[in-house]
Design a protein around this ligand. Structure first.
Ligand code: BJ8
Length: 424
């Protein structure tokens, strides 16, 4: 990586903390990703993006800012990238997947807060996240109680916070709320840019995001092959990078990788041996650089063939209908697409269980591993009904509850190895 010290200083990062974070991440990346065998050449691009995630990509975002674009940071897949792009802005994901400055964090948040929330607080307090610092607007959403209440504190720590309310059920009134919130978000974007979003802008925004989702859907489909042509770790990485990279370039690279993977499938080449145990992961989002559980699973020789997660299928499936010829019609289409997201904060949420069943079937999975972050009530509570429903259908389920620390690695490995033995 080139020397970005000046850029990081200008952004107000704490250089010592930041160096420590990058060193840790670099080491983890080498041992988890670069040690894999049979990786497609197309992964070279995503390795490069990761190596430059705090360098070149941030430089690009700053160049965009200089050219007048606003950078919009968000924590949830309910914040529509289509609207951000239509406003001439750039969207970046801010969810964080590693522990940082935990002592500082526990001065402002209760200990029993999920790792994901603690992580983005730690990144802010430790001044190590250039994406957070480069953002012109940070959008928080009222989803789980943890996020909703922690955003009350977080909003005091940043100068540019925008709160979005979100429904908790799928009733007609709830859809009205979602539309109202998206209209308020559009108004905020327009106020920031000083420009109204036109019909063609929104059509283009939708087309860009649909193309990205179609590429990711193509990748998902290729993983149904036996042997799966790509490891679950690499597929997760691509889904994580989807929140950081330029969407058009990213789509091109995912499609190029899929071309290569199609050849792998024809030649029966896989990330693991043919008939390796196949696992779907379901549950909480795994934000970058959270690779802990997938690394444990794939170290057993099993292959992950799908992620029922916001960083995966839940966040990326379903495209937006771009056929309406009025702005209001297109906004309705955006609302319809996002209203289908089956996050565990919704009640009731039967669609999610049905979708996990469908994914297990379509990917020919031998079992489902439900991943819950400690203290995440929505997903841990739902994991019981997920287990019951899937097992009734003959699908084996392992429920895991963990955090971002490395302390339970031994116990996790033992439980995952035993599960993989059973589903073999
Ligand atoms: S749409 S999953 S991205 S809210 S892990 S912070 S739920 S206590 S992240 Fe999410 Fe949007 Fe839903 Fe998806 Fe709370 Fe659970 Fe922590 Fe979580």
């Amino acid at each position: 990586m080139a020397d970005y010290t000046k850029m990081w200083t200008d952004l107000g990062l704490n250089l010592d903390n930041h160096d420590a974070l990058l060193e840790n991440l670099g080491g983890a990346y080498q041992s988890i990703f670069m040690s894999q065998e049979h990786r497609p050449e197309g992964m070279g691009y995503f390795d490069f993006v990761m190596s430059e995630a705090h360098g070149l990509r941030i430089q690009e975002l700053r160049d965009e800012q200089e050219a007048g674009r606003k950078i919009i940071g968000s924590f949830c897949v309910f914040v529509p990238e289509e609207l951000v792009l239509a406003a001439g802005c750039t969207s970046v994901g801010l969810c964080a997947g590693a522990d940082f400055a935990q002592e500082e964090v526990e001065k402002v948040l209760p200990r029993n807060t999920c790792s994901l929330i603690k992580s983005f607080f730690g990144f802010k307090l430790g001044k190590v996240c250039p994406y957070m610092e480069v953002s012109d607007l940070i959008v928080g959403e009222n989803t789980c109680d943890g996020k909703k209440k922690s955003f009350e504190i977080f909003s005091q720590m940043v100068p540019n916070f925008f709160q979005m309310d979100l429904p908790q059920n799928k009733a007609p009134m709830a859809r009205k709320l979602l539309k109202h919130e998206y209209e308020a978000f559009i108004a905020k974007l327009e106020e920031m840019t000083g420009k109204r979003i036109g019909l063609e802008d929104l059509k283009q925004g939708i087309a860009t995001v649909n193309a990205k989702r179609n590429a990711l859907a193509r990748l998902s489909k290729l993983r149904t092959a036996n042997p799966s042509p790509i490891s679950g770790l690499d597929a997760l990485l691509i889904n994580q990078i989807a929140f950081l990279d330029n969407p058009v370039r990213f789509t091109g690279k995912v499609n190029a990788l899929c071309d290569e993977l199609e050849l792998f499938v024809k030649e029966n080449k896989g990330a693991k041996v043919e008939n390796a145990p196949r696992v779907v992961i379901s549950g909480c989002p795994m934000a970058i650089p959270n690779w802990k559980v997938p690394a444990v699973i794939e170290a057993t020789g099993a292959v992950i063939v799908g992620e029922e997660s916001c960083i995966g299928e839940r966040g990326q499936r379903n495209t937006t209908d771009a056929s309406a010829d009025t702005i209001d019609g297109l906004i309705d289409a955006v609302v319809d697409r996002y209203f289908k997201i089956d996050c565990a904060v919704f009640t009731p949420n039967q669609e999610r269980v049905e979708h996990i069943k469908e994914m297990a079937k379509n990917t020919n999975a031998d079992g489902v591993i439900h991943y819950g972050l400690q203290f995440c009530q929505p997903y841990i509570m739902e994991s019981f009904s997920v287990e019951k429903t899937l097992e009734k259908d003959g699908v084996s389920v392992l429920r895991l509850e963990t955090d971002y620390s490395q302390e339970d690695m031994g116990q996790l490995s033992t439980r995952v190895e035993a599960f993989v033995e059973i589903i073999k």
